[in-house]
Design a protein around this ligand. Structure first.
Ligand SMILES: Cc1cc2nc3c(=O)[nH]c(=O)nc-3n(C[C@H](O)[C@H](O)[C@H](O)COP(=O)(O)OP(=O)(O)OC[C@H]3O[C@@H](n4cnc5c(N)ncnc54)[C@H](O)[C@@H]3O)c2cc1C
Length: 409
């Protein structure tokens, strides 16, 4: 990586906004093609992997799945799961494998069309122009917390999954985790393993088994070509949907909320608000547990079909039988019994710095309109726009049931 800086008034062929894995991947291609460019990163390269994850965070995706352009995982454990600091180091090392010109600590604050073509990029360190701009800023900008969170008493410590680090940093006492996407389920388990009293408000996130018939399910799905299908072919709505929960922790294993309940965790349906000194929940627990299991089993159906069609010799495996069922739908949790709440209900993207390109780049849904925008702004690209980033695999998945790798939103 080459430390670059913003020179006020300079012109670049391409400005890449964001120095995560998408921005670095694009930079790798630009370096390879000899295209002059500048990468702007408002913090430090790959920092989200370190600063936005909890201490025990482990990839959900097997290590072999880590394949950036020109940089496949080549460590000793392709079927294992890197931990937080290993992923961070692995992505940062990528930037050092080529001459990525990155200005760290510089945020793009506004993007505007330049008369005569190209763009004006305002940054926290001056203004540059560019023939083309690529937004590789990820999608996890604003942690979501429900509006009624403000009705909780001050004594209850509230934090978002983005801020959670470990059980010891929470106050003593029972903890409520709200949300059962990939973050919520793993944080709830982290707390359970730390012997905390855990209450978990489940949502409708699907799940996937870690392994089936002798292989990691994601390895089967990759062999089935699921991850080769670009976003455009499966509809952008899929990339907004909540991802399947499963974990790479301790070598990789299932996450089964029913098993959590057997081990002492209190499960609830969706959290709906605060009333008369209690949190309230919808009676959705049983149906959402059934839904998660039915998705996991339907993925196994797909794997079975693939094994049969391809004539693969794979061991037979019994199907999942629910290990616990709720005796009732708990609808209230007394706030006196809660010391902390960990909101794990996802993120919203913040595209406000692109306002001046609206409506061509932005629509009511945020960035989605960008995919049609390159017709109006030929130099515009976004890492969430299908086909816009060479080697883009972001959330690619053929079937609405298939698991992908980013967290629940
Ligand atoms: C809790 C969690 C668990 C995950 N688990 C997995 C997993 O197991 N496997 C997997 O493959 N993926 C996982 N993901 C998803 C993965 O982290 C993302 O898909 C990936 O980081 C996206 O890369 P990116 O480069 O697009 O975005 P990011 O990594 O978010 O990088 C975007 C960069 O842009 C910078 N930036 C933003 N705005 C500006 C601006 N205006 N100016 C300058 N810079 C800016 C940010 O600082 C950031 O560094 C997980 C994500 C989360 C949150």
């Amino acid at each position: 990586m080459r430390a670059a800086r913003v020179i006020d008034g300079a012109h670049h062929e391409v400005v890449v906004v964001g120095g995560g894995q998408a921005g670095l991947s694009l930079s790798h291609h630009l370096v390879g093609s000899g295209v002059e460019h500048l990468v702007l990163e408002r913090e430090t390269v790959a920092h989200e992997w370190r600063d936005g994850r909890w201490d025990a965070f482990t990839l959900v995706t097997p290590n072999w799945h880590c394949r950036l352009p020109g940089y496949p995982y080549d460590g000793p454990d392709p079927d294992g799961f890197m931990r937080r600091d290993e992923v961070y180091a692995w992505v940062r090392r990528y930037a050092d494998t080529f001459d990525a010109p990155v200005a760290e600590g510089v945020a793009a604050t506004r993007l505007a069309p330049r008369p005569g073509g190209g763009f004006v990029v305002s940054t926290t360190h001056g203004t540059v122009t560019a023939d083309a701009v690529a937004a590789a800023v990820g999608g996890y900008h604003r942690p979501v917390v429900p509006p009624w969170a403000s009705a909780l008493p001050e004594r209850v410590v509230q934090l978002h999954s983005h801020e959670y680090r470990n059980a010891d940093l929470l106050p003593q006492g029972p903890v409520l985790v709200v949300g059962t996407g990939q973050s919520g389920t793993q944080i709830a388990e982290d707390l359970l393993l730390a012997r905390r009293e855990v209450h978990l408000a489940a949502g409708r996130a699907p799940r996937v088994a870690r392994r089936y018939r002798g292989k990691d399910c994601m390895t089967w799905l990759a062999e089935m070509g699921v991850y080769d299908v670009p976003v455009a072919a499966r509809g952008l709505a899929k990339r907004e949907s909540t991802n399947h929960y499963v974990t790479g922790r301790d070598g990789g294993r299932d996450i089964d909320l029913r098993d959590f309940a057997r081990r002492g965790m209190q499960l609830y349906g969706r959290a709906t608000g605060v009333s008369d000194g209690a949190l309230t929940f919808a009676p959705t627990l049983e149906s959402d547990l059934d839904h998660a299991d039915s998705v996991a089993e339907s993925i196994k159906d797909d794997i079975d079909r693939w094994i049969e069609t391809e004539g693969i010799d794979a061991p037979a495996e019994d199907r999942y039988v629910p290990v616990w069922r709720p005796a009732a739908e708990p609808e209230r949790l007394d706030l006196d019994g809660i010391a902390a709440v960990v909101w794990s209900v996802g993120f919203r993207a913040d595209w406000s710095w692109l306002d001046s390109l609206a409506p061509a780049v932005l629509d009511d849904e945020g960035i989605r309109g960008t995919c049609a925008a390159s017709a109006r702004y030929p130099g515009w690209r976004s890492s969430v726009c299908p086909g816009s980033t060479p080697g883009d695999r972001a959330g690619s998945s053929a079937s609405p049931r298939m698991p992908s790798m980013s967290p629940g939103r």
